[in-house]
Design a protein around this ligand. Structure first.
Ligand SMILES: [Mn+2]
Length: 300
């Protein structure tokens, strides 16, 4: 089956998801959305922020269980598992329970407050989601496809086996551990340290010394072109030393989400297509419809 519809980050916006599926001629039978000859691919980040996180998870997981969809893990699902898993060696949890991290996860905890067993089941499902897929006509990943990282995951992450076990997490949950880079970059994208004294402010209003690289951009000669949310005073600066300035190419198209793009969806780089247009921040939910031998169509 190569007739895929690839769907970007949902973040609890189940109504927008239903609308988009219906627009793309998916129909609900016995409560499960399906298309007679197509399969949906979900790029992760089902949870946090939005008003209908439970509904989103039920809808997506039911489609996957029935074979009408496939799903990969987003950084929010990974974070949720880390937040829930005790670090028996060093104490605490693999994701700290501090104000910033509770705030980011709050909507999910709140909406599942009365359904703890359901939440446990979804966490168990997250623990076994693949972090990437190479399909016959495309590749999918939540944030960043890098062959070295994918190779590390291929060797060390077994979604069908132990998945995100405490043993696996203890090997990658923080900087300095052998699996940190592969997991972090695959799910959250590559970052680079800003020049001394410079910082950027992220969506949560937190100051960060790292910038997020637009690894898929065609032109990466200035920071304005090559980094996300570039501070205005750095826009015309050359990219920091050590950033990859080559144009990303791939044998098959890579689809990814994660980056909170805004405006009208468009394909910047034919080899790497972002489908996250900020549904959780007054944006839209976007899908790419793939038909053999044709350019992908963007739907919203
Ligand atoms: Mn994300």
């Amino acid at each position: 089956m190569s007739h895929f519809d690839i769907i970007g980050d949902i973040h609890g916006h189940a109504d927008a998801l239903e609308k988009l599926l219906e627009k793309m001629s998916y129909q609900r039978f016995n409560g499960i959305y399906r298309h007679p000859d197509r399969q949906a691919i979900f790029l992760g980040d089902f949870i946090d922020r939005g008003p209908k996180i439970r509904e989103t998870l039920h809808l997506v997981k039911a489609m996957v269980d029935a074979g009408y969809a496939q799903a990969i893990m987003g950084n929010h699902e990974y974070n949720a598992v880390c937040f829930d898993t005790k670090n028996t060696k060093e104490g605490g949890y693999y994701r700290e329970h501090n104000d910033e991290k509770i705030k980011q996860h709050y909507k999910t905890l709140e909406q599942f407050h009365a359904f703890p067993e359901e939440w446990e089941q979804f966490l168990a499902w997250f623990r076994h989601l693949p972090m990437y897929k190479s399909l016959d006509t495309c590749k999918v990943v939540h944030a960043y496809w890098n062959d070295d990282n994918i190779q590390w995951l291929e060797q060390h992450y077994q979604p069908q086996g132990e998945g995100l076990s405490a043993g696996f997490l203890s090997n990658c949950y923080r900087e300095g551990l052998p699996g940190f880079k592969a997991v972090e970059e695959t799910l959250k994208g590559p970052e680079h340290r800003l020049p001394d004294g410079k910082f950027m402010v992220d969506k949560e209003g937190i100051e960060r010394k790292e910038c997020r690289l637009k690894w898929w951009a065609m032109d990466k000669s200035t920071m304005g072109e090559g980094v996300m949310e570039c501070p205005p005073e750095l826009r015309h600066e050359p990219m920091p030393q050590g950033c990859d300035s080559t144009v990303f190419t791939s044998d098959k198209r890579v689809f990814f989400g994660h980056y909170w793009l805004t405006g009208v969806p468009k394909i910047e780089n034919e080899s790497a297509i972002c489908l996250d247009y900020s549904i959780a921040k007054d944006g839209i939910l976007v899908a790419a419809r793939l038909n053999e031998g044709k350019k992908p169509d963007l739907w919203h």
